[in-house]
Design a protein around this ligand. Structure first.
Ligand SMILES: O=P(O)(O)OC[C@H]1O[C@H](O)[C@H](O)[C@@H](O)[C@@H]1O
Length: 423
């Protein structure tokens, strides 16, 4: 993975570098706000190997007896799984032995009814994932899906098809898992939800999907190797410094963009990580995302000519796994023979370069993150890069990057409207 800042004016970066290095010291010194939630930093080399093996065994069992695993969770208990699942799957002919389907990540009755109908003639298991164990959306989905599972298999067999990933000791889901005898896995106390894809939260569903979780962990270890040294050569520190410089220079919105549609949910994972880590005390860059070149035909006008408060961070995949060469056409009625002999990846790359030139020309600075190809190891390294960078960036901003007090406000209002006791 390489990060390129040549499309950003770095003439004022010095004072941000000093601040970034100090913030990095706070992060790695574990003496900043939110330092109870830094377990993810060393997790790549310090994790429960027994649980890891148990995850693999459970995944094998699920793959043997289920066409579908319903992964029930929201936020950090959903987005990391979906990001890697989609990015590492094929667009159309998924060879997945067991398909991962998601639930509990919204409150759509239509979705849940259609999911229940879809599952009727399938063998399936449930992985209910909630660090707190009380989040409304997954709790509702689990109540409904558990009832359907028990109806299909009977209570005893259903117990062998329910896996709970939650707090090691407390919370409603842990109590339920203990009472019902569900196999459970742990969301570590010292890893916040948006950082938890490295734990059983991500590992079990991804192992069921056929992702190589040894390679996934190795990618996090690659990230820990590359992004935990104190130097401005450390791209994670530099990215944090550059973001803060651009923010103080009037850019309020960072757009993460890709030119490979299957990376869409990597951006969704990134939006939670950056939005929840920095959006506090009236501060923070607004994290947005587009998928190009599709969105150049919808958001291109705004990005090129709208309010000049945007910069872009582009994820470039240097070696797509498949490619296709445009052929000469005798009639050339579409006028595309100038593309004959050129590959789609070459054309996509020129679109990326042309867009970067036009946007930089229009005062939209561009950061470029290049990954060799899309696989679980490279995605894990990218995740770790963003995690270190958000810790540094949040401390530079003067916020606690590891809490999320603001998410409670809507819940209180919603529970009052729903007549939840005590609200
Ligand atoms: O895993 P859970 O405890 O169910 O939390 C799921 C999500 O909901 C919370 O409200 C926070 O917004 C997220 O940080 C968290 O990832």
């Amino acid at each position: 993975m390489k990060v390129n800042f040549s499309n950003v004016n770095l003439e004022n970066i010095d004072k941000y570098e000093e601040k970034a290095l100090a913030a990095f010291d706070t992060l790695m010194g574990r003496n900043g706000e939110g330092n109870d939630f830094l377990g993810w930093i060393d997790r790549p080399v310090d994790y429960d190997k027994d649980e890891f093996e148990r995850i693999k065994k459970a995944a094998t069992r699920i793959r043997e007896n289920s066409d579908v695993l319903v992964s029930i969770g929201i936020g950090g208990s959903y987005l990391g799984i979906k990001a890697v699942d989609v990015a590492c799957d094929s667009y159309f002919n998924s060879e997945r032995k067991t398909k991962i389907i998601y639930a509990g990540h919204q409150l759509s009755g239509e979705y849940l009814v259609e999911l229940l109908d879809y599952l009727k003639d399938k063998d399936y298991s449930l992985n209910v994932i909630s660090k707190s164990g009380t989040t409304t959306e997954p709790a509702i989905a689990f109540r409904v899906l558990k009832e359907a599972l028990e109806e299909k298999y009977g209570k005893e067999e259903a117990k062998n098809r329910i896996f709970a990933t939650t707090d090691k000791a407390k919370g409603a889901l842990k109590e339920l898992a203990n009472a019902e005898g569900y196999e459970s896995f742990i969301v570590p106390d010292d890893i916040g939800g948006r950082f938890s894809v490295i734990s059983a939260v991500g590992l079990l569903p991804l192992a069921v999907a056929g992702i190589n979780i040894d390679e996934f962990m190795a990618g996090f270890a690659d990230g820990r190797e590359k992004y935990t040294n104190k130097s401005m050569e450390n791209d994670a520190i530099k990215y944090a410094a550059v973001r803060n410089m651009l923010h103080e220079d009037g850019k309020d919105i960072e757009i993460l963009l890709n030119y490979e549609p299957k990376l869409k949910y990597v951006a969704e994972w990134w939006k939670q990580l950056y939005g929840e880590s920095e959006g506090k005390d009236g501060k923070g860059l607004f994290p947005a995302s587009v998928s190009n070149t599709t969105d150049l035909h919808s958001m291109g006008q705004m990005i090129q000519d709208g309010v000049r408060n945007i910069f872009e961070t582009v994820i470039e995949v240097e070696n797509p796994s498949k490619d296709l060469t445009i052929k000469e056409d005798e009639q050339n009625l579409d006028g595309l023979n100038f593309l004959a002999g050129k590959t789609m990846s070459y054309i996509n790359k020129q679109a990326m370069e042309g867009t970067a030139m036009a946007h930089v020309e229009g005062n939209v600075p561009n950061i470029r993150i290049k990954i060799d190809k899309i696989n679980e190891r490279n995605l894990a390294e990218l995740f770790y890069f963003f995690e270190i960078a958000v810790g540094v960036s949040g401390y530079m901003l003067g916020v606690n990057p590891f809490n999320q007090p603001g998410v409670e406000a809507y819940k209180k209002a919603m529970f009052k409207l729903l007549g939840k006791p005590g609200y």
